[in-house]
Write a protein that binds this ligand. Sequence first.
Ligand code: GLA
Length: 680
Amino acid sequence: MTHKYKAHSKKNLRRAALYATAWTGAVAALGFNAHAIKADHAEKCARCMAEDAYFEQQAPVGDRFDLSQVNLSYMTQGFGSPRTNQSVDGNPITIDQVVYSTGVGTHAVSTLMVDLNKTAQSFHAMVGLDDETKGKGKVVFQVWVDGHLRFDSGVMSYGDAAKPVDVNLAGAKSVTFLVNPGTAGIDFDHADWADAYFTLTPNHVGLPQAASVPSAPPRLVIPKPSPLPEIHGAPIVGATPHYPFLFRVPATGMAPLYFHAKGLPAGLKINSSTGIISGSLPHNGRWNVTLIVNGRRGHTTRQLVIVGGKHKLALTPPMGWNSWNVWAGAVDQQKMLASAQAMISSGLAAHGYQYVNIDDTWEGPRTKQGVITTNQKFPNMAQLGRDIHSMGLKFGIYSSPGPTTCAGFPASYRHELQDAQSYAKWGVDYLKYDWCSYQNVAVGTGTEYYALPYWVMRKSLDTVDRDILFSFCQYGMGDVWKWGARAGGNCWRTTGDINDSWGSLIGIINAQAPIGRYNGPGHWNDPDMLVVGDVGWGHPHPSRLTPNEQLTHISMWCMFSAPLLVGCDMTNLSPFTKAILTNDEVLAINQDPLGETARRVVYNPQEQVWVRPLADGSHAVALLNTGFQPMKVMATWKQLGLTGRLKARDLWLHKDVGTHAGAIGYVVPPHGVVLLKLWR
Ligand code: GLA
């Protein structure tokens, strides 16, 4: 041992600490008894006071049990999988240039609960952001013992020295390790629990064991379907005069239902048994139409505003389904048709869902003339378009401005006009346009760099005689929300791809907070497609979100006025999935014609409160518990910007919950939500 340093310099103390932890790790990894070696070491190194002091304080008095030895499949995280003795990207764990041979690499938002049953007396680790993030990312590490916060790292950035964690676990039943994002999003939040280990209690029986965070029962009531007729969905729709107009009136109630409409513009007619309004608008204008639905148990009416004009699509956020999250490359024409049929038979169309969108992997090679073809999975795209339209539903497709799509299929680069024409021929109503390989051919600087390809396709779509809703997919680059509407977008993805984990969900929710004000009728922030139901990108499995997380997901997408594109297997909807996708009171927030977005008024790692005004003068309020144990979440009128005595309704319980003044608060399950409507 040749290390020598002055005991009291801060830098040397840190070096001593690092050396010692690395040493303890190496000793344990080699299977030696840390105690015996330490005694030997102390004798041989009498002058190394700083190191000895460190050992007195830090070295385990019992056996060491590495965190990486627990079953890490219980760890949930935002992206990727937890890694043993490696960073989340599979590199050696490295914090501020110090390499650790042991530990766990994870990605915020990360949660791991370990049952102790008194097997451990302490926990030690060095924590920090992994150097592989190369300057990006910010994280907060926390250790909770039996529900009490015992360690909080504060926000840690790239280049911050690892922070030592030393937590007393004597008598503890369980410990929970959290990594929260330090800023809005979770991108590059690669977090390391380096050299992380428990010191076991002498004579312990058993070992620390990873466990599932208990999932509270979902906080909702699933009501029986009402036999009374009711009309749902968008209260306002728009279309270009003389272009095909299609709108299926969403209505529920005991069948058969009969549909009528008063005040329809010339050129439109309604089918009385299907409720499908079709034809074309005669000119620019605004029509206040009264929809009437007669059912076995009475009748109902509702206003539908029809707006005629150029670029009047998506006056409320689009609702529908997209193939990617469930089928990815396994999508084919048959599955698309089955999904459209299921949209009707499951009743989702009756609650306002209408788009049926193919994502990537339909594309075939171009003809000699450059016309795009379909591959063998889609033998007849025009027929698929006709089939979908015959049900009163709308048809969506996918491409990229680059030479190839994200999945490597031919895309629209230098064929924009031809592709727009092909889409029109097939009856396409919605185009998702995904940046992907455009990265390799992009030109320009600043906003132009990002906006140009979208503008080119906008111009191409404008030459065909169909309305095609234009959805940008470029993951929020160049602050797309600031220029997306000007570049002709009806919606734009704000973040990277969603997956069915809490980390992904809460990361996306957090990323919406600063950008809500760019939302509005005709142009929407798109936090990505839904991950409730059976999802799995070609390998369907029930969503890994807990039921309460799924309620949070749907509630927040409605609070955000986000496009609601179901991402699951439509032919296999569980009663729970169907219930959370068809709560009309919740969907009405999403489709509110004011098109406002919720503002976040309370925010800390454990709770969030969001509020948005609605067209009828009421407000929607979401109380979120982002912690892992039940908690009362409160907001005052001052925080919410409200005054006076207000009535409240709990939208997932379908229940009026009294009159409130000054503040409102409810106990919210972990990762769950209480969604309220407040009115005078
Ligand atoms: C990107 C998009 C996804 C999906 C795939 C298809 O990852 O963000 O939503 O469209 O491409 O390849």
